[in-house]
Ligand binder design. Structure first.
Ligand code: FES
Ligand code: FES
Length: 167
């Protein structure tokens, strides 16, 4: 190892303190710098609704909202989200009432094993906020980053259409 590399390595702290608003509650964490947001949520905050599918940004099972934008939490370092507002599937219901997307997924039988469902619902919540989808084809396109190994896609699209008030 060169002297320069050794110096840089020496400067990386063992742990970094961060503060997040998670589902409306402030949470503080002290994390090793390479902790993904997904692992911070699941392993440090015990919010296991968000799922780890591929851990490589390919399946969407880990989708959460960061300051209202949907992201694959397995691809984001938790320290990059210091100060952000994070919404996971646990934060979507309010006052004991399901989020309209959660109700729509039930109404349309839009899950089978349910493993992809938290990511699908968080991604759909982001899609609604983005306001770019006007019909089923656009929903399919804009949800294409969320894979479902059970193949519940027609029901998922129907559920999102219901939540959007589309025919
Ligand atoms: S677990 Fe993050 S995209 Fe698959
Ligand atoms: S419901 Fe099983 S992976 Fe989607």
């Amino acid at each position: 190892m060169s002297q320069d590399t050794a110096d840089v390595t020496h400067q990386i702290p063992d742990r970094i303190p961060i503060s997040l608003i998670v589902n409306g509650n402030r949470r503080t964490l002290d994390l090793v710098p390479w902790t993904s947001l997904l692992d911070a949520l699941r392993d440090h905050l015990a919010l296991t609704g968000t799922k780890k599918g591929c851990d490589h940004g390919q399946c969407g099972a880990c989708t959460v909202l960061v300051d209202g934008r949907r992201v694959n939490s397995c691809l984001m370092l938790a320290v990059m989200t210091d100060g952000a507002e994070i919404t996971t599937v646990e934060g979507l219901a309010s006052d004991g009432a399901l989020h309209p997307l959660q109700q729509a997924f039930i109404d349309h039988d839009a899950f089978q094993c349910g493993y992809c469902t938290p990511g699908q619902i968080c991604s759909a919540a982001g899609l609604l906020a983005e306001g770019h989808a006007g019909d089923a084809d656009e929903i399919r396109e804009l949800m294409s980053g969320n894979l479902c190994r059970c193949g519940a896609y027609p029901n998922i699209v129907a559920a999102i259409q219901q939540a959007m008030g589309l025919p």
